[in-house]
Design a protein around this ligand. Structure first.
Ligand code: RB5
Length: 149
């Protein structure tokens, strides 16, 4: 898969770690930045990463800031994006199976690199279950389309 990846300064070090894992798994990384630990604004990287997923240029996205919260809020403003903020292994699996999340957000100040790597591996390898969950995410897409400005 092609994975769009982005972070702000507070997520930069963890992004670099996760980029390595994603590549080791055989995926292609589209890194939208940032490129160092100098202070930046998370929306400037979370939104472009999410847009790559929404446009189809990337299959999925992984975005990281200090808490993952600013990144997830930003990404979820992009139509077609279902961004899940995940800091545990159970949620990593469940959000793929139930929500078909196409973007994963994590917080470098919340989770250590070992757990974050496992979260990324599980999230990348878990399939959507479909069925009743298809109907549920369909209602989110319906809302997005109905309320387009
Ligand atoms: C940066 O200090 C921090 O606010 C940001 O990385 C993120 O945690 C915001 O949600």
């Amino acid at each position: 898969m092609k994975i769009a990846m982005g972070s702000d300064h507070a997520g930069y070090a963890l992004k670099e770690e996760i980029v390595k894992v994603v590549k080791e798994l055989g995926h292609e990384v589209i890194d939208v930045g940032c490129d160092c630990a100098d202070s930046v604004d998370y929306a400037d990287y979370g939104i472009p990463a999410a847009e790559k997923v929404a446009s189809g240029e990337a299959d999925r996205g992984i975005i990281i800031c200090g808490t993952g919260i600013g990144m997830s809020i930003s990404a979820n403003k992009v139509k077609g994006v279902r961004c899940a903020l995940v800091h545990d292994l159970f949620s990593a699996k469940a959000t793929r199976e139930h929500n078909d999340s196409n973007v994963l957000a994590m917080g470098e100040r919340i989770v250590g690199p070992g757990v974050a790597q496992e979260i990324a591996k599980i999230w990348l390898s878990t399939e959507f279950e479909g069925g009743r969950h298809e109907r549920r995410i369909g209602k989110i897409s319906e809302y997005e389309t109905k309320n387009e400005g």
